[in-house]
Design a protein around this ligand. Structure first.
Ligand code: NAP
Length: 290
């Protein structure tokens, strides 16, 4: 595994972590039918070195966190990131949400606690006051945000009096590069980690793998390895693909340990751009966020 510093902290996290959206259900529903498969996939990923798991209180209505707790129970040094949902951004609700997440995860401390999306209806000062309290009480180690614009990140940082925002989790993949306009340069300048979610465009990238055939063949890598490696070569960027199938977990770990030549990065980006311009991707990119 390769590691990068988390924000300006001295903490190093794996460049490839594991996402958990759709593990244990959806947004409004819990599904217990694939628990074993989900836990086994996470355990396999941990064994292979992906000791960084991203989850959220909203995934599977909390059941994803329970499955993460099950997967990490005999493990050491796993970096656990979870998220508080925007409807819980009032002071007391943040505290309650965090305590409930700790119980479901069966851990004493959450490594990274993230605001899942901005919520304009609750002053960010109120939410951040609760986040700081949680750090002081040792219930969380670091504060992060998700789906925040540059302006929202600045406001969130101003609302914090003692700690810094260490990360912003946003959509970023070869087929969705919007963050390159402002969020990525800002994170790179301010040394804030950008956690790339949906790095495989929810698996849709595989439908169009022919577009990337040349690069895959040249490096003898799969499309997933190419797409993830392209992301983690960017300064401050780490990625959290979700995989429930063991062969997918094993495939994704192959994204580390090698590097593209500069000219091939350009070629890859040009191919992705051409493909987008043909509007082949336009419908794919209109996906709801979770
Ligand atoms: P993703 O990681 O881009 O894609 C996941 C899909 O790709 C799954 O269907 C998975 O299949 C498939 N897959 C994974 N590795 C593969 C491989 N090597 N070969 C072929 N298929 C492969 O999409 P995502 O799950 O939406 O995003 C990743 C994580 O980011 C989430 O799980 C979540 O933790 C986070 N996220 C956060 C937000 C936010 O608002 N903060 C929004 C979206 C996502 P199998 O599962 O069948 O293996």
């Amino acid at each position: 595994m390769e590691f990068k510093y988390l924000g300006k902290t001295g903490e190093k996290i794996p460049v490839i972590g594991m996402g958990t959206w759709k593990i244990g259900g959806g947004w409004y529903s819990t599904d217990y039918s694939k628990d074993r498969e989900a836990v086994e996939a996470l355990r396999l990923g941990l064994k292979l070195g992906m000791k960084f798991i991203d989850t959220a209180e909203g995934y599977g209505k909390g059941h994803a966190e329970e499955l993460v707790g099950e997967a990490v129970k005999n493990e050491k040094d796993v970096f656990i990131a979870t998220k508080v949902s925007p409807e819980h951004f009032k002071y007391e609700d943040v505290i309650k949400s965090c305590e409930a997440s700790l119980k479901r995860l069966k851990v004493k401390q959450i490594d990274l606690y993230q605001l899942h999306w901005p919520n304009p209806n609750v002053p960010v000062e109120e939410t951040m006051k609760a986040m700081e309290k949680l750090v002081e009480e040792g219930k969380i180690r670091y504060i992060g945000v998700s789906n925040f614009s540059v302006e929202e990140m600045k406001k969130a940082q101003e609302a914090l009096s003692k700690y810094e925002i260490v990360s912003n989790q946003v959509e970023y993949s070869l087929l969705c590069r919007d963050v390159e306009k402002d969020v990525l340069p800002f994170c790179q300048k301010e040394k804030i980690t950008l956690i790339a979610y949906r790095p495989l465009t929810r698996g849709k990238i595989f439908k169009f793998s022919k577009v990337f055939d040349d690069v895959c063949r040249k490096y003898n890598k799969t499309i997933s390895q190419v797409a993830l490696n392209w992301l983690i070569q960017k300064k401050q960027v780490v990625a959290i693909p979700k995989a429930s199938k063991p062969e997918h977990v094993e495939d994704n770990i192959g994204a580390v340990g090698w590097k593209f030549r500069k000219e091939d990065i350009k070629m890859l980006e040009a191919m992705a751009e051409k493909y987008k311009q043909k509007n082949l991707a336009s419908t794919l990119l209109k996906l709801p966020i979770f």
